[in-house]
Ligand binder design. Structure first.
Ligand code: NAD
Ligand code: TYD
Length: 351
């Protein structure tokens, strides 16, 4: 029997590395190829524990390079693609929108073209899983939830580029019959999270007694999911989701930024044996993000009803696991926050 080949893009990044680990361990009979350009956000240190696995191969490649991607697809002939590679940070998209168009839109279309080329019209056992975000739906007011039928209404260059890539994935299904599934997930957190995003940035700053920057009044709301629970959802939808359909992924777990950061400070003080209230003193309100979406909240009812999905950890538990991981992996944190990160931080937070 031929081994199934599953190509995962962006596998050296935050979420991708958890997806790669899940697939390498759970499916020893599948050949898992991790295709990643290793941008500032890609880090093979995230995968030290699986790098020697016999069913794992890493390929350094840029999804914006159409010819290279096509050549790799012709070589490896993947049966399935799980596409996570992207520029993923809203603040960077505000500074540099075009790189988001190039990677997130053109890169996705290059992958769709390569899949179409190698599969021709033989789609039996084939699947293109596009990993996307709830941010494509725009911003909610105080109430309501995003469902799979909510209208797309992106506001940031990041979410606009992801929305565009989602449209292309659906267009390739409708036009060429490509077998696709999409997942739109809420904010993730957990081990290996790059410290440009809220939670790891706060953990890093608390560890080094630096101010915790809260944008605006801190009353923005996000719906948080532990990254390993996102990887489990991707596994489920990749294998069992209906062709051509989208699935929202979330944990029904909304937190205002300020409340989340206060809980994080409380847990950090406890774990670091600091006087209660020590970390909270670092909270500093700073200039707001332009076009800041007020609230994201996912109705994850469809994936629960159709595929039986439910998150495995509560937020308090997941946050504790995340802090423990960062405390036990200080070398990882030092590596990713040296060099370029310092320049990014100065530029982003000096405003
Ligand atoms: P990340 O920024 O941590 O990782 C992105 C990965 O993609 C990195 O390994 C990077 O090297 C790689 N990459 C970037 N440009 C590339 C290119 N041109 N060619 C090949 N590889 C490239 O991102 P993440 O937070 O792990 O997000 C992964 C995916 O999940 C993204 O598509 C994102 O839109 C989506 N998503 C993220 C969240 C979240 O909360 N982080 C939530 C929902 C959906
Ligand atoms: P982020 O982690 O960048 O994710 P996203 O913008 O994709 O939701 O931000 C989460 C929330 O935290 C968002 O409302 C912006 C806010 N935020 C801050 O208040 N301060 C910060 O330094 C960062 C990075 C984010």
């Amino acid at each position: 029997m031929n081994k199934k080949v599953i190509l995962i893009t962006g596998g050296a990044g935050f979420i991708g590395s958890h997806v790669v680990r899940e697939f390498v361990r759970k499916y020893p009979d599948n050949h898992i190829i991790n295709l990643d350009a290793l941008t500032y956000a890609g880090n093979l240190e995230n995968l030290l524990d699986v790098q020697q696995a016999p069913n794992y191969t890493f390929v350094k490649a840029d999804i914006t390079d159409a010819a290279h991607i096509l050549a790799l697809f012709r070589t490896y002939r993947p049966d399935g693609i799980i596409h996570l590679a992207a520029e993923s940070h809203v603040d960077r998209s505000i500074e540099s929108p075009l790189s988001f168009v190039t990677t997130n839109v053109i890169g996705t279309v290059n992958l769709l073209n390569a899949a179409k080329d190698i599969w021709q019209n033989d789609f039996d056992g084939k699947r293109f899983h596009h990993v996307s975000t709830d941010e494509v739906y725009g911003s909610l007011g105080e109430t309501g939830l995003f469902t799979e039928t909510s209208a797309y209404d992106p506001h940031s260059p990041y979410s606009a580029s992801k929305a565009s890539s989602d449209h292309f994935v659906r267009a390739y299904h409708d036009t060429y019959g490509l077998p696709v599934v999409l997942t739109n997930c809420s904010n993730n957190y957990g081990p290996n999270h790059f410290p440009e995003k809220l939670i790891p940035l706060c953990i890093n700053n608390i560890l080094s007694n630096k101010p915790i920057p809260i944008y605006g009044n801190g009353k923005y709301t996000r719906d948080w999911l532990y990254v390993i629970d996102h990887a489990r959802a991707i596994d489920l939808v990749y294998h069992k989701g209906n062709n051509g359909e989208s699935y929202n992924v979330g944990g029904f777990n909304e937190w205002q930024n300020i409340q989340l950061v206060e809980e994080l400070c409380r847990q950090m003080d406890e774990k670091l044996a600091r006087e209660p209230g020590t970390s909270q003193k670092l909270i500093t309100f700073v200039k707001d993000r332009p076009g800041h979406d007020l609230r994201y909240a996912i109705d994850a009812g469809k994936i629960h009803r159709q595929l039986g999905y439910a998150p495995s950890v509560s937020f308090e538990e997941g946050l504790g696991l995340t802090i423990d991981w960062f405390l036990s992996n200080k070398a990882w944190l030092e590596h990713v926050t040296s060099g370029q990160y310092q320049q990014y931080y100065q530029k982003q937070y000096k405003k």
